[in-house]
Design a protein around this ligand. Structure first.
Ligand code: UD1
Ligand code: CA
Length: 462
């Protein structure tokens, strides 16, 4: 039998106190909804419907239209029951199990949902729900069980009696429901409660009242059911994901000196025997080889690092490709579309943008290299700058193999320094330098013999 998934994402998320729709709040720079959609994909559903309302266009824009996602619009946020009802129209012809998820619960694992669907089918249940037993149930719907232990209802925090508030088994907001029953039951629920909303959990009461089987599957890891309603919970979710990622990395052979202050997003790949120092952030599609030393205080995003790379204190690296045995930093800024080839050395206070630095070349101190193609075994002296921008356009600098760029050289692009050529320290280079030549472009030194400085304090009296 087929499976359809409905993801609820129409709420504004009032408790976030934000203009951004709640499900777009990021965890490791990705919207929380993206995590839920990753999980949905693993379930291989026949249909995926996302209910949007507040910030609908922003959500669609962020998530894209690809991958067979169907969006339906909930015009007024009348509650989770009403939100699901908005999907009825598009799922009218669908028959089978419908899994319902919340866009604000990004930690739920596909395996746990798979377990719910299996248990639901095996038991021939009508409604199945993932629950969790937690120490602090505040804010969640509580699971009401009858004397036989069967689930008979779910009561929301605001509608619960004092006694019900003491129940520690909570509703995760993840359900598996037979399609036919779902649409029928949703017609029967009302909004007679403290929030005046149509509560989806009320379908449990409907099923129980009809004598149908309601199944509760208790999550082994209560963290999975964390719903994000405010920024405290957002931070908690990020911390849980961070701990999971760091744990996996450490067990796979990566040393994290202090995992409590190491921020690595789930998509990152790091090979064994790399050491990550504290206060380091590694985000996006970054891949790091083995035997590297990263940080402390490094930021690396969407980059490739080979083996044996050293990234020193306070480096900021985005969209770069860094080959084996490269050394960078401390205090270096490596900007997008930069490629640093094996054995090269980038030193302190160096900025490199959209450039290639060849094998074993060195840019050791205080330089700006932009829109440049630097060959191999080139030495770039301290304070060298590629003057790549004339106020209108960017121009290219080419420095061929074995060139020696003297300290404080201004390379006014477009410009080419030939193979093995040298520029004198302090030169402003405006014409191409042929291979093997020396170019000097600076004022000649003047010597004035016998020059006497005025004695100290003389100026004021004169
Ligand atoms: C809900 C459950 C609660 C459960 C908890 C788990 C209800 C009434 N309560 O509470 O039992 O313990 O989740 O996290 O369902 N949404 C819409 N349209 C609406 C209202 C909400 O799409 O009209 C979406 C929200 O965007 C959100 C999800 O549904 O993604 C859940 O809504 P939320 O208001 O966060 O419900 P909770 O109070 O957390
Ligand atoms: Ca919620």
């Amino acid at each position: 039998m087929g499976l359809a998934v409905i993801v609820l994402a129409a709420g504004m998320g009032r408790r976030m106190n934000s203009r951004i729709p709640k499900v777009l709040h990021p965890i490791f720079k990705r919207p929380m909804l993206a995590y839920v959609m990753d999980t949905v994909k693993k379930l291989l559903p026949e249909r995926t419907v996302v209910v949007v309302g507040y910030g609908a266009e922003a959500i669609k824009g962020a998530m894209g239209f690809s991958e067979g996602i169907e969006y339906v619009f909930q015009p007024e946020q009348l509650g989770t029951g009403n939100a699901v009802l908005c999907a009825k129209e598009v799922l009218r012809d669908f028959s089978g199990e419908i899994v319902i998820l919340s866009g604000d619960s990004p930690l739920i694992d596909a395996k746990t949902i798979g377990g719910l669907v299996d248990a639901h089918r095996k038991a021939g249940a009508c409604v199945s729900v993932i629950t969790a037993v937690v120490e602090e149930p505040y804010g969640y719907g509580r699971i009401l069980r009858g004397s036989s232990g069967k689930i008979v209802g779910i009561v929301e925090e605001r509608d619960a009696t004092l006694e019900e508030k003491n129940i520690k088994e909570i509703n995760s907001g993840v359900y598996c429901v037979d399609s036919e029953f779902l649409w029928e039951a949703l017609e029967q629920i009302g909004s007679d409660n403290k929030q005046g909303e149509y509560y989806l959990p009320d379908i449990v009461k409907v099923a129980s009242g009809l004598g149908k089987l309601v199944l509760g599957v208790v999550a082994e890891d209560a963290c999975e059911v964390l719903g994000i309603n405010n920024r405290l919970e957002l931070a908690r979710a990020e911390r849980i994901i961070r701990n999971r990622v760091n744990r996996e990395l450490m067990l796979s052979g990566v040393t994290l000196i202090d995992p409590e202050v190491t921020y690595i997003s789930p998509e990152v790949i790091i090979e064994a025997d790399t050491v990550v120092y504290p206060n380091t952030f590694i985000y996006g599609r970054t891949r790091i080889g083995s035997g590297c030393k990263i940080g402390p205080f490094a930021w690396i995003e969407d980059s490739f690092l080979g083996n044996g790379v050293t990234i020193g204190f306070s480096c900021y690296i985005v969209q770069a490709r860094i080959e084996d045995e490269v050394t960078i930093g401390p205090f270096a800024h490596i900007r997008p579309q930069t490629e640093i080839m094996s054995g090269a050395k980038i030193g302190n206070f160096v900025e490199i943008k959209k450039s290639t630095i060849g094998r074993k070349s060195k840019v050791p101190h205080l330089s700006y290299i932009g829109d440049a193609c630097v060959g191999s075994e080139v030495n770039i002296g301290a304070g060298t700058i590629t003057c790549n921008y004339d106020g209108f356009d960017k121009h290219k600098t080419t420095i061929d193999d074995h060139a020696f760029i003297g300290s404080d050289t201004m390379l006014v692009a477009p410009i080419k320094v030939g193979k093995g050529a040298t520029t004198g320290a302090g030169s402003t280079i405006t014409k191409d330098v042929p291979p093997g030549a020396l170019a000097i472009g600076r004022a000649r030194q003047v010597i004035i013999e016998g020059w006497k400085r005025r004695p100290r304090g003389k100026k004021e009296k004169d």
